[in-house]
Write a protein that binds this ligand. Structure first.
Ligand SMILES: NC(=O)C1=CN([C@@H]2O[C@H](COP(=O)(O)OP(=O)(O)OC[C@H]3O[C@@H](n4cnc5c(N)ncnc54)[C@H](O)[C@@H]3O)[C@@H](O)[C@H]2O)C=CC1
Ligand SMILES: O=C(O)C1=N[C@H](C(=O)O)C[C@H](O)C1
Length: 270
């Protein structure tokens, strides 16, 4: 079978460049398109040269319709507005849409669900193996410990990150809430500031740190009386996310329309 053709969107971004390099070096997929936003100074340039290397013949474009029309999968780590548009294009092309973008609103998620009626969409706030294992552990520990154990989620990211809590922190919060047989929206306490009053029993608290070049760090803290359990994931290389995303694009090739996540891809669904 011919290797699936992949389009990377947001190709000049931190994740976009990581993904482009990974797909170009893969013997399981071909890079057939590199998409950037209109106005980017990468448009019209050879991708290899734009990334500081030798020319590779892939020309960066803002014509996402034409790029996606010839692809079997699109790997998309961009912005919420861009991702909603790409979901419609991927649905029209019946291409697998791998979404790493975080900070999606309820309306964005509804639009993505509509697109998934026509093609497979794999979406996860974190595509790494380690975090997806941590999600399962978090659910299990939350289910094992009583509500007298307070749950706090603390995350740290680089200074350029625009959304908080991170997509990963929300995944971990949802897992903790599931462990307590409740929905995160009922338990979520956002970052504290000012006279907050005492902690609400059974709530799940979130805190975010932003600075420097931190790739991504997440702690799920279970605070008991006289003891504390900390489940921690430290990312030191964005390649972990890119590898997960390419794996998802390949996995999705024989899947029908619908919404999937990395637990499905990794076979970790409980
Ligand atoms: N799910 C996961 O495992 C991970 C998710 N992310 C998420 O991926 C997203 C991107 O992160 P970074 O690469 O660090 O950001 P970045 O800002 O470096 O890259 C985003 C790129 O998207 C481009 N873009 C924006 N609008 C576009 C459009 N309409 N068409 C084409 N390209 C467009 C930008 O020009 C930029 O190059 C964020 O939401 C981040 O939270 C990041 C790492 C891992
Ligand atoms: O913006 C990032 O960089 C990251 N975003 C994802 C998130 O919001 O959790 C995943 C990873 O932590 C890096």
């Amino acid at each position: 079978m011919e290797q699936p053709g992949i389009v990377v969107t947001g190709v000049s971004g931190r994740m976009g460049q990581m993904l482009a390099r990974l797909v170009l070096g893969s013997d399981q997929a071909r890079l057939v398109g590199a998409v950037e936003r209109t106005g980017s100074d990468w448009i019209g340039k050879d991708l290899g040269q734009a990334m500081g290397g030798a020319a590779n013949g892939v020309i960066v474009t803002d014509d996402a319709v034409s790029a996606i029309a010839q692809a079997q999968a699109i790997i998309d780590f961009t912005t919420p507005a861009a991702t909603v548009g790409f979901a419609e294009l991927a649905a029209q092309a019946r291409a697998v849409h791998v979404i790493g973008t975080t900070g999606l609103s309820e309306d964005d998620l509804a639009a993505i669900s509509r697109a998934a009626r026509h093609a497979p969409i794999v979406r996860a706030g974190n595509m790494s193996l380690g975090v997806n294992l941590l999600v399962g552990l978090t659910r299990k520990v939350a289910a094992t410990l009583g509500e007298d154990w307070d749950i706090e989620i603390v995350e740290a990211h680089h200074r350029h990150k625009v959304d908080a809590p991170s997509g990963t922190a929300l995944m971990l919060g949802e897992a903790a809430a599931q462990g307590r047989n409740d929905a995160l929206e009922n338990l979520r306490t956002p970052a504290r500031d000012g006279i907050t009053g005492p902690r609400a029993e059974g709530s799940i608290g979130f805190a975010a740190i932003r600075g420097g070049d931190v790739v991504g760090e997440h702690d799920v803290i279970f605070c008991g009386q006289g003891e504390r359990i900390v489940l921690r994931h430290l990312a030191s290389d964005r390649a972990i996310f890119a590898r997960g995303a390419l794996r998802a694009a390949l996995w999705g090739q024989d899947k029908g329309p619908g919404e999937y996540d990395m637990m499905d891809v990794l076979g970790l669904t409980s």
